[in-house]
Write a new protein. Structure first.
Lengths: 210, 449
């Protein structure tokens, strides 16, 4: 069976494969090619997918808890996937759809998230230092206490986003949409706010350097 | 921020300074626990303080008035500011000779503030906050007292406390010139005395703060308190975040008192982060290592080798102050072994080789390396300080340091020479939360690698 071959870890080339709802927990899948695969509802928890190709894969509702996902997830569908405690450091998540996904305690530092859809996602306290978030959609997301220092948020959609106590020092927010955002006690020292729309945003106790 | 309030004036003064205020959000329960801890420490402190407090309403003071009597007995001078409510003046505490009342006008912005300012020769602490206005709450108007939110900050830093006292005096003088003069005299006296006195044990204040917050958290878990309260999780995290902040503020104060090396915590943390990348450590371990770097001076083991040898009976190692917070158990263990040596000659347990937790070995090497690099930067200009510090450490490879880690450190130094910069941002203290792993209690049970 294909799943057994994959589990064995010898063969690495499976683009476009159908693995819907399969159990692939605790597997060594380093550098596997699963580009464009159907992985809906698959269970990869605690598996190692470092360096894997998952671009264009459908990972909807997949279980990715504690998974090493330092992989290529370009344009992947991760809607409602469980990414709690997943390792996404330096991952390519450009254009990925993460709506409704769980990202509690996931590591995202250095990830590439430009153009990704993170609408309504809970990213409380997440570490996104220096991350590429150009044009990301974080509408209504919860980024309370998140570390976004030096992040590139050019043209990002941060409308109604909770950025309470967030660290945005040195972040690039040029052209960002911050309408109705909560910036209570956020730190914006040294950030670039050229052309950012801050209508109705709460800036109480916010440190903004001019 | 309310125009003319003390918080606003202090924030304004620090707007473009090297020391921005680092404001945070607090719930009422968090503030009550914080204030009680900082106030009650006056009873254990070795100095008699000047205590200035502002209550939003006189009735809040009346709830505290009996406690304040004991505090006044230990204090040089107490100044209470509030808009008067019934009983404000007549309470026995208000009648005491060293207790002065300032009856704020209702339109005074200070009447909207919550202050606690403690200045003594041996101890300084303060809380400065304002409540969100109805407009600021927006769609999230508080339904219960528990949901009330404040913004501002708290600190142990003597310079900031002194600055705030001066602002408070200026405000008091608008109401009562002679009281302003009296308080100024007290400040002069306390400042003069502080130069010759040893400060109170910071460990004791910090553990008191953490314990009070934990107690407040425990009472929160009763059903009658939490029924119908949506924001319970937020409040609960706010309390834990402030426990964490107590340690980060302690680290900050330790760094500030070390004039020759004031960035030790953030530099060691940044290097630890780079090291975890070089060693390809898993994310949770990298995070734990970063936090250990930030707190490495707080969690030092209490006994030095020399003292151990001099003593005829083995000295009990002083338990690290970090132990009071269960979420920091793993970090506390890492830091307790940061003075172990690779060959087993270190303290406190004399562990050797792989018996020493990996993170402890890394912190040991990086803390020494950072210290040496700083010293070379200051006193020798002819050679690269990083290269010199590395050479010093290499001599002790296999004796004090894990030889494998020196290979990684040389790579790091090479990277630094080629222009790699370590992020020297001090972490935003008001948000200790991103550093606390909610699962760390479970993780600490897994064996060290």
């Amino acid at each position: 069976m294909t799943v057994d071959i994959i589990r064995a870890g010898q063969e690495k080339h499976f683009p476009g494969i159908d693995l819907e709802d399969e159990d692939l927990t605790d597997c060594q899948l380093e550098k596997i090619n699963l580009a464009g695969a159907n992985l809906v509802g698959a269970d990869f928890s605690r598996s190692n997918l470092k360096g894997a190709r998952l671009d264009g894969a459908n990972l909807m509702q997949a279980d990715l808890r504690l998974t090493d996902l330092r992989a290529n997830l370009l344009g992947a569908n991760l809607m409602q996937a469980d990414l709690s405690n997943a390792d996404l450091r330096g991952s390519n998540l450009r254009g990925a759809n993460l709506m409704g996904s769980k990202l509690a305690q996931a590591s995202l530092s250095g990830a590439f998230l430009s153009g990704a859809n993170l609408t309504g996602v809970n990213l409380k306290g997440v570490d996104l230092r220096g991350t590429d978030l150009r044009g990301v959609n974080l509408n209504s997301a919860n980024l309370k206490g998140a570390n976004l220092s030096q992040a590139d948020l050019q043209g990002a959609n941060l409308s109604e986003t909770n950025l309470e106590e967030a660290d945005l020092r040195g972040a690039n927010l040029a052209g960002a949409n911050l309408v109705g955002a909560n910036l209570l006690c956020a730190e914006l020292e040294g950030s670039n706010l050229d052309g950012a729309n801050m209508e109705r945003a709460c800036v109480l106790g916010t440190a903004i350097a001019k | 921020m309310l125009e003319g309030s003390i918080l606003q004036r202090l924030a304004e003064a620090h707007r473009h300074s090297a020391q921005p205020l680092n404001l945070g959000v607090y719930y009422k329960n968090t503030l009550v626990a914080l204030c009680h801890a900082l106030e009650d420490f006056i009873l254990d402190s070795h100095g008699a303080p000047l205590m200035i407090t502002a209550f939003q309403r006189g009735k809040w003071y009346l709830e505290e008035a009996d406690r304040y009597r004991d505090l006044a007995d230990k204090s040089e001078q107490v100044v209470l500011m509030a808009t008067p409510d019934a009983g404000f003046e007549s309470h026995p505490t208000s009648q005491k000779a060293n207790v002065a009342l300032v009856q704020l006008k209702p339109e005074d912005p200070v009447a909207e503030e919550w202050h606690l300012i403690i200045l003594s020769p041996t101890y300084t602490a303060m809380v400065l906050c304002q409540e969100l206005s109805a407009e600021d709450y927006g769609n999230n108007q508080p339904q219960t007292d528990l949901e009330r939110k404040f913004y501002g900050f708290w600190t142990f830093e003597p310079i900031l406390v002194k600055e705030t006292v001066d602002l408070a005096i200026a405000h008091i003088q608008k109401y009562d010139l002679s009281l302003g003069e009296l308080v100024t005299q007290k400040v002069t006296k306390i400042t003069a005395e502080s130069a010759t006195r040893q400060r109170d044990d910071l460990d004791a204040v910090v553990s008191q703060v953490v314990k009070y917050l934990q107690d407040s958290h425990k009472t929160l878990n009763t059903p009658e308190q939490t029924a119908n309260f949506q924001g319970f999780k937020d409040l609960s995290e706010n309390i834990i975040s402030n426990e964490m902040q107590a340690f980060l503020r302690m680290a900050q104060l330790l760094d500030a008192t070390d004039v020759s090396n004031p960035m030790a915590a953030s530099e060691v943390a940044s290097m630890a982060e780079a090291m975890s990348q070089l060693l390809d450590l898993p994310a949770w371990q990298a995070k734990r290592l970063y936090l250990s770097g930030l707190l490495h001076r707080v969690g030092l083991p209490g006994v030095t080798k020399k003292r151990e040898q001099r003593s005829p009976i083995p000295l009990a190692t002083k338990a690290s102050v970090l132990r009071v917070m269960p979420q920091l158990e793993a970090v506390s263990r890492i830091l307790n072994h940061q003075r172990e040596a690779w060959d087993g000659s270190g303290i406190p347990a004399g562990l050797a080789y792989d018996q020493i937790p990996l993170e402890s070995r890394i912190i040991c090497l990086l803390a020494d390396f950072q210290q040496k690099m700083k010293a070379y930067k200051q006193y020798s200009t002819d050679k690269n300080p990083a290269t010199q510090a590395l050479a010093d450490c290499q001599v002790l490879a296999g004796k004090r340091y894990d030889p494998k880690l020196l290979d990684a450190l040389s790579l790091l130094v090479m990277g630094m020479e080629q222009g790699m910069t370590l992020s020297a941002y001090r972490p935003k203290i008001a948000t200790g939360m991103w550093l606390v792993d909610s699962d760390s209690v479970n993780k600490s049970k897994t064996p060290f690698s």
